[in-house]
Design a protein around this ligand. Structure first.
Ligand SMILES: Nc1ncnc2c1ncn2[C@@H]1O[C@H](COP(=O)(O)OP(=O)(O)O)[C@@H](O)[C@H]1O
Ligand SMILES: [Mg+2]
Length: 257
């Protein structure tokens, strides 16, 4: 068995400065976080504190002003297919089928693979998210929840080193949101991708995470505290809700927020 890399993702004194009418502002300052391989970490904090700013720097979509980010031994500079990103609204190409939307990315990371091998990877991923019967449907024919399933399948099919999710279920109604949380748990349990997810849903963070990072309010937002989430996996929502430890941790999070 391969040993787990303890410092798989490392954010070291990350600072993001934006210009404002009043001069430069450090929206995020001295943000430190180390994530081990295979860990699921959530980032929680008030709206506008800088969660998406942190995530987009890890995604390489936004430069950091100071500090450094290292993933699997390499400093991050710019976006790359080693990071699968899922946003609140999935940016699917409307003229492509669900399958084609997924194969598009897979082909870019598996250039040596045959067409049938690429299709096989995409079909497997779409089947895992419950879309095995909707491969040929276009985004316009899919519900919002199904489109977000495609986005999850697309991210996992890349077999990225790191999964980055920014409020992935924020636009969904509560029932669909719960379904998709389960889909994400199942996907993650199937190959334990290292994951960093932004959310402001306390229950969602508790259900999914190994650790929850609480961000202080901005500007100069940073890590305010980290909660270890001890629940055994696989986790079951109903069992968790009955666990007094769940209420205690939820209380801690709500008090912090
Ligand atoms: N391009 C930008 N220029 C200036 N300020 C920005 C820019 N993007 C985000 N901000 C500011 O940075 C802060 C953090 O934003 P964001 O990371 O989106 O917060 P969150 O995701 O926690 O809601 C906010 O005050 C926002 O106004
Ligand atoms: Mg945000």
């Amino acid at each position: 068995m391969n040993s787990v890399i303890e410092r798989y993702l490392e954010l070291w004194r990350i600072t993001k400065t934006y210009d404002s009418p009043a001069g430069p502002v450090n929206v995020v300052q001295d943000f430190n976080l180390t994530i081990r391989q295979g860990e699921f970490v959530s980032l929680i904090g008030h709206s506008g504190c800088g969660k998406s700013t942190v995530l987009s720097m890890v995604a390489g979509l936004s430069d950091y002003s100071a500090g450094g980010i290292v993933l699997a031994g390499r400093e991050i500079s710019g976006p790359g297919p080693d990071r699968g990103v899922v946003f609140q609204s999935p940016s699917l190409l409307p003229w492509l089928t669900a399958l084609e939307n997924v194969t598009l990315g897979v082909r870019q990371v598996r250039r040596e693979a045959s067409r049938s091998a690429v299709d096989e990877i995409a079909v497997r991923s779409l089947t895992l998210v419950g879309l095995g019967d909707s491969l040929d449907q276009r985004p316009g024919e899919l519900s919002q929840g199904m489109r977000q399933r495609v986005a999850l399948a697309r991210a996992f099919a890349l077999d990225p080193k790191l999964l980055l999710l920014d409020e992935p279920f924020g636009m969904l109604d509560s029932l669909t949101r719960m379904e998709l949380q389960q889909v994400l748990i199942d996907l993650w349990m199937s190959d334990r991708k290292t994951a960093l997810m932004v959310t402001h849903d306390v229950d969602e963070a508790l259900l999914l995470s190994d650790r929850i990072v609480m961000m202080t309010n901005g500007p100069e937002a940073t890590v305010g505290g980290i909660l270890e989430i001890p629940f055994a996996r696989p986790r079951d929502r109903a069992t968790l809700l009955d666990d007094p430890e769940f209420s205690r941790l939820k209380g801690d999070l709500l008090r912090f927020l």
